[in-house]
Design a protein around this ligand. Structure first.
Ligand SMILES: [Zn+2]
Length: 70
C-alpha cells in the first residue's frame, strides 16, 4: 500500500464551491505536504479562482494507491 501526499487548491470564498481538479504538487510525506500547503496559503501571490475571482486556498491530502488498479 502506497500513500501519496498531495496539495490541492480550492476557492476560499464560502459562496463558491470551486475546487481545482489537478493536484498543485505532490509531496514525499504528510509533513511535507502540510508544510507546502501552509507555505502556499501564506504566499502573497495566490492564484485567483477562475469561477469567482476570490483567492484560492490550499490544503494537503493523502491518497492511498489501490494496488489492484493500473
Ligand atoms: Zn470561487
Amino acid at each position: 500500500m502506497v500513500n501519496k501526499y498531495k496539495v490541492r487548491a480550492y476557492c476560499s470564498s464560502r459562496l463558491c464551491d470551486y475546487v481545482q481538479h489537478d493536484d498543485v504538487i505532490q509531496a514525499i510525506n504528510g509533513e511535507t505536504s502540510y508544510a507546502l500547503a501552509l507555505h502556499y496559503n501564506e504566499s502573497p501571490a495566490k492564484p485567483s479562482c477562475p469561477k469567482c475571482g476570490e483567492a484560492m486556498s490550499f490544503y494537503s491530502h493523502s491518497v492511498i494507491d489501490e494496488p489492484w488498479l493500473p
